[in-house]
Design a protein around this ligand. Structure first.
Ligand SMILES: NC(=O)c1ccc[n+]([C@@H]2O[C@H](COP(=O)([O-])OP(=O)(O)OC[C@H]3O[C@@H](n4cnc5c(N)ncnc54)[C@H](OP(=O)(O)O)[C@@H]3O)[C@@H](O)[C@H]2O)c1
Length: 165
């Protein structure tokens, strides 16, 4: 299993406001779709409930929850992070798509981070991406900055790989 985290943060690592994302960038959503389609996505129950149409099509959706009878049509449910090892094959490409709690849980097991850095500081942020240590991660590629045509936000793509020890 190859685990990557994929996330959009603001300049202070902010990722959420009242159960939603602070901003949506349409090119970033397209990139997210291109990267994750055909693979497996893992999300916390709260992030699942923020999806407007439920499970995302053409990928395996996995939801993490402690609720025994949680219903998430089209999704596999796991009740602890380790269960991912039982349900995923050795060659499966897994993207952890949030939110804050679930990024923290999988950070130490992940090999890559696909970060969309939005060059802005949003008001009212209540959920953050965990700090990553420079000792553990190296920047592999950066692209941008780009500007979103709709909302004028500037953003860059920064891909990190775990440093080999
Ligand atoms: N900017 C981005 O890229 C991005 C991406 C995704 C999400 N977000 C934002 O992040 C926010 C949601 O993040 P969040 O941290 O509040 O919630 P979350 O990580 O999406 O989900 C938390 C839930 O996951 C389950 N969970 C957590 N740890 C667990 C464990 N060890 N075992 C079993 N289940 C566990 C629990 O579900 P139960 O309570 O059901 O047991 C918990 O309430 C939203 O604002 C969302 O819009 C942003």
């Amino acid at each position: 299993m190859h685990i990557s985290l994929i996330v959009a943060t603001d300049e202070n690592n902010g990722i959420g406001i009242r159960g939603d994302q602070p901003a949506f960038i349409s090119e970033d959503l397209k990139r997210f779709k291109a990267l994750t389609t055909g693979n497996t996505i893992v999300m916390g129950r709260k992030t699942y409930q923020a999806l407007p149409k439920g499970a995302l099509p053409n990928r395996r959706n996995v939801v993490l929850t402690r609720q025994r009878h949680f219903s998430a049509p089209g999704c596999d449910i796991i009740s602890q992070p380790d269960e991912l090892n039982n349900i995923c094959g050795p060659d499966e490409k897994v993207f952890v798509i949030g939110g804050g709690e679930v990024y923290k849980l999988f950070l130490s097991q992940s090999q890559e981070i696909y970060l969309t850095k939005i060059h802005h500081t949003f008001e009212g942020i209540d959920t953050w991406f965990p700090d990553i240590e420079d000792n553990n991660w190296e920047v592999k590629t950066t692209e941008g900055p780009f500007t979103d045509k709709k909302n004028g936000l500037s953003y860059s793509y920064i891909n990190f790989s775990r440093r080999k020890i």
